[in-house]
Structure formats: structure tokens, C-alpha cells
Design a protein around this ligand. Structure first.
Ligand SMILES: [Zn+2]
Ligand SMILES: [Zn+2]
Length: 270
């Protein structure tokens, strides 16, 4: 499978990257994970967003799903879409979409003609094209799910999403090719008592313990990119901060960073 990182930002808007979004492809099947602010445009820059085979949202914080509003306008306004987009939301998702429709002055049920909505639950097996995707609940400030994504050849990516330290995710990622983690905090010691995010050291440690061939860090403050890259390089663990536009090829037992956009500095260490 092939991944394109569409955003690495946190909830705070910045000029150099959208918020959360990862496009995952195998053959003709393209599936989007999370659609934070700025991500709908990133999708549209690469493809006709109406050709997505599926959209999965890991939790209902704005930086992971607010662009589902703009995405809706890619489909016919009133009549049913020729091919409704399968949208997989956490429990309560239909009601949340109706609240969002009201908030943007659209009619109740505004999202229904465009989207085929499923409210998923932990351990549900979701099949899209050659992909099998299983959500797993993680600890965050609100209910949140990590996504275990298996491609057509058995290659596997764990997209963890927002979460505090998680033994479950370390266990889940064992045997996977790629683990994508957040690295939101400068120092996890200042997080809430009930943890909801990781700092860079914690994220690196999750990658090390999972033993995956490659880890990528997302959901970080852009001004910390160089410091995060240096910390990754010094760790000896195969992990680095992702950047928006980065392309990653994942095969059984092998991960290749296939493309990296220009303009991101190389970090020297040692
Ligand atoms: Zn969140
Ligand atoms: Zn977030």
C-alpha cells in the first residue's frame, strides 16, 4: 500500500501544514483517515475527492474531522450522490453530523445524500476494497480510536491517532510494518493526570517497543520539527517526523519513504 501524509499539524492552525489526514491507497482504492482543517483541499489537489472509497474518522476533535463539512460540497447538493462515500464515524456520528449541518445553516440530513454513514465500534472489521481496517479504543480526552490497517498483501499500518501512552497500541503494532503516532507535547509530565497525548520521547519509545521497521510522527507543532527530528535521529530507533506531502510505500517487511517534498530542512546530528 502507499500512504500520503496530508497534514501533520495539531488543533492550532499554522501556515505550513493542514491538520490530521492520511491518504492510503492500494490499486485503485483510496481511503482517507481523518479530515482535519485543510485536508479536504489536500485531497482535492491529488484526486477527485468524490472518488474516495472510504473515509474513517478516529475521534470528533475538530482537527480530525472538521473538513467533512467542505468535503460534503464535493457531492450533489440535494439529490443523492451517484456513489455515496462510505464514511465510518465513532458512535454518535449521525447526530454529530446533524448538529454540524445546523451550525453551517444547512438542512437536517444534509450529509445523508452524499455519505453512506456507519457508526463503528471497537473491533469492528471494516472491509474497503482490498483493505481490512479494525478500530481500537485508546485513551484521549474524548472517546478515540486507533486504526489497524491491513493491505491486500497482508502489509499492516497502525495509525494511532490522538492518545496518551498505550501498551495496547505497542502490542497492536508488533508485527506491523509502520506505526504512525502523534507527538503533540513538549513534555508529557505537563499533560492531564488522565493522559491524552504523547511527547516525542514517549512516541519514540512506543516505536522502539513495538519493534516496527518504521515509525512516523505526526500531530506536532511545526516549530518543533527540527528538534523532533534530532531527537528521533539520536534515539537509534527507526522513526522520524512525517511532513505534509510525504509519500510512503509499505510492503510486507519493508517500508520506503518514496517522496519527500522540498523545503524541509535536513537535520544534522552528532
Ligand atoms: Zn484529539
Ligand atoms: Zn488532534
Amino acid at each position: 500500500m502507499r500512504l500520503t501524509i496530508l497534514g501533520t499539524g495539531t488543533a492550532r492552525p499554522v501556515g505550513d501544514t493542514p491538520q490530521s489526514g492520511v491518504l492510503v491507497e492500494a490499486g485503485e482504492t483510496k481511503v482517507l483517515f481523518d479530515i482535519g482543517s485543510g485536508v479536504a483541499s489536500q485531497v482535492e489537489a491529488r484526486m477527485n475527492a468524490a472518488d474516495l472509497a472510504g473515509l474513517l474518522v478516529g475521534h470528533f476533535h475538530a482537527d480530525h474531522w472538521i473538513d467533512i463539512g467542505p468535503l460534503r460540497y464535493r457531492f450533489p447538493w440535494a439529490e443523492p450522490a451517484p456513489r455515496p462515500l462510505p464514511v465510518f464515524l465513532p458512535p454518535g456520528g449521525r447526530e454529530k453530523l446533524n448538529h454540524l449541518a445546523a451550525a453551517i445553516n444547512e438542512r437536517p440530513g444534509f450529509f445523508e445524500p452524499a455519505f453512506a454513514i456507519t457508526e463503528y465500534e471497537t473491533d469492528m472489521r471494516i472491509e474497503i476494497g482490498g483493505f481490512v481496517i479494525v478500530p481500537h479504543a485508546v485513551g484521549h480526552y474524548v472517546p478515540a480510536w486507533s486504526m489497524d490497517i491491513t493491505g491486500p498483501d497482508g502489509e499492516r499500518v497502525v495509525y494511532a491517532g490522538d492518545m496518551g501512552p498505550s501498551e495496547m497500541v505497542v502490542d497492536l503494532a508488533r508485527g506491523a510494518e509502520l506505526l504512525i503516532l502523534e507527538a503533540t507535547l513538549e513534555n508529557g509530565a505537563f499533560d492531564d493526570a488522565r493522559r491524552g497525548h504523547l511527547d516525542t520521547g514517549e512516541a519514540i519509545d512506543h516505536v522502539r517497543r513495538a519493534g516496527v521497521p518504521q515509525g512516523l510522527l505526526v500531530h506536532y507543532h511545526s516549530e518543533r520539527r527540527a528538534a523532533i527530528a534530532a531527537q528521533c535521529a539520536a534515539s537509534g530507533v527507526p522513526v522520524q517526523p512525517a511532513v505534509t506531502g510525504m509519500e510512503v510505500e509499505v510492503e510486507r517487511g519493508r517500508v520506503r519513504i518514496a517522496g519527500r517534498p522540498a523545503g524541509y530542512e535536513t537535520v544534522r546530528t552528532g
